[in-house]
Design a protein around this ligand. Sequence first.
Ligand code: PLP
Length: 358
Amino acid sequence: VYNFNPGPATLPLSILEKAQAELLNYNNTGMSVMEISHRSKEFEAIVSEAENRLKSLLQLNDDYRVLFLQGGATTQFSMIPMNYLKQGTQANYIVTGSFADKACKEAAFIGETHVAASSKDANHSYIPELTSLNLSDNPAYVHITSNNTIYGTQFKEFPEINNVPLIADMSSDLLCKPFDANKFALIYAGAQKNLGPSGVTIVIIRKDLIEASNKDLPSMLRYDIMAENNSLYNTPPSFSIYMVNLMLEWVIEQGGLIAMEKHNDEKASYIYQAIDSSSGFYKGHSQPEFRSTMNVTFTIANSELESKFIAEAAGKGLIGVKGHRSVGGMRTSIYNAMPKEGCLALAEFMAEFQKNNQ
Ligand code: PLP
């Protein structure tokens, strides 16, 4: 089947096969990678290899660390303000979808928040103008959500902000294309879309933010403690980190982020073309210039046909195409691991379904 679910999402077959082959005896230890100690040299090697691979893929300079944490991207919604939202400052959010809104609401438990721009007026079908952000008087940081998983919109460029840390939730598009990661103070992503299985959250953090983090917090919420201990302060989600490391190796083998961008642009174009050439039978949710290459959202003009579409798609092995209730219709998630053949099969099915139902 082709799995279009938004996350946990499809993984490359070659990685699953590699994990299967290594499952009972990792690197001649006589044990599964799930059984070896997180303090063993074998596991420490996995963590440092994963950190180095991610740094090289993103061309991060030595000012950055990569952490492998738990609690999902959702824990970062509160951990970030706990660490950086001080009295007299405001956490600034660009609210472009449900997760951005959630991140902003979590920060409001900790301190003062401010919405610097929002696309709520058009059901988050666009990314607001970034050159005219309405920042607060004393911003602690500016937070964006680079890809809006539910609405299917994606930032095509990033705000240019001087002297204020720029923070991004890249849960649903990290590693889908090259970008200047050195512009960001902190980037985080739950792994279960583009980076591996669920259970681990990647945090890319600039060293000055590690230093500036709040030291009056419980240990598990402190970036400095996580960094000092190379993500091994407590027992980490070791199998998930191992899988992320395999996934990073796969991205490198595919040709890195330039190759990923080409692959993802081509895949997304098949589905967007099926929408655009349907003479209004299908309607895309995102305004064309902000269309995500990771989550393609669309409805059918005759909404009564949508449940039939979902059922018939599943019958053809195209799984998980139902949209989120905030947009309705369909959402097809086509992260890095979705092969081109899956998108072609979906586009062909869309054309055939239209022919049979209009
Ligand atoms: N942020 C974005 C953009 C997401 O798409 C998701 C999950 O779908 C989350 C945050 C929440 O991630 P987690 O389930 O890892 O907490």
